[in-house]
Design a protein around this ligand. Structure first.
Ligand code: TMP
Length: 217
């Protein structure tokens, strides 16, 4: 019987350098000879990416109801699990996912103020007991993350998406909620200090992966 793959997620607020490090983590695992499926949320499938576009689109004038936002996150996630994540894990591939349900607790819970008990109902409904084996939380103080986000946005010359338009108190609440999740599940989370240089952050990631992967093999 094929050994089930491992499910690794990367989390963090805007501007913490997540995208670069998702690639780095996937490359580290591939270098170990593992089959790696790299994916993201919201999205990861054709239908999920269509839901992502709806969620991030800043254009509509009327605001998106917070429960509708929450349900769309989980709708995309249900499709993602069924179509991509679970089949990959079952055939023995390792999945590296840019955000997962911890982002929902951080953004819809911390940021939007939805009670975590209500989010947990959907988590159980959609995931039926599945949770990541390891979550790498890239953390840095809000002010530093904001500066990085601003320079990325001005280099990109693009309109801010619906979340990027939020204010400092929203992002502070997101960070606090992430750190609270990490404190509640220290065996699953590794908090990476993302304030440092890329080399330093990647050394922390490499060290964390080496320790965890060794215990799983
Ligand atoms: P990103 O993947 O490019 O960082 O953008 C996705 C945005 O969606 C980001 O602002 C965080 C937000 N998000 C939520 O609000 N809840 C979620 O459950 C997920 C996965 C993402």
């Amino acid at each position: 019987m094929t050994k089930r793959g491992r499910f690794i997620t990367l989390e963090g607020g805007e501007g913490v350098g997540k995208s670069t490090n998702v690639s780095f983590v996937a490359e580290c695992l591939q270098a170990e000879g593992l089959e790696v499926v790299r994916t993201r949320e919201p999205g990861g499938t054709e239908r999920g990416e269509a839901i992502r576009a709806l969620l991030l689109d800043p254009a509509p004038q009327e605001s998106l109801n917070v429960d509708a936002e929450l349900l769309l996150m989980f709708a995309a996630r249900a499709q993602h699990l069924a179509e991509k994540i679970l089949p990959a894990l079952e055939r023995g591939a390792w999945v590296v996912c840019d955000r997962f349900t911890d982002a929902t607790f951080a953004y819809q819970g911390g940021g939007r103020g939805i009670a975590k008990e209500r989010i947990a109902i959907l988590e159980n409904f959609v995931q039926q007991g599945l949770s990541p084996d390891l979550t790498l939380l890239l953390d840095m103080p809000q002010e530093a993350a904001k500066q990085r986000l601003e320079s990325r946005l001005s280099a990109r010359h693009e309109q801010r998406d619906r979340f990027e338009q939020e204010q400092a108190d929203f992002f502070q609440a997101v960070r606090d909620a992430y750190l609270a999740r990490a404190a509640d599940a220290p065996e699953r989370f590794a908090v990476i200090d993302a304030q440092h240089s890329l080399d330093n952050v990647q050394a922390q990631l490499r060290q964390t992966l080496a320790t965890r992967v060794a215990t799983w093999r």
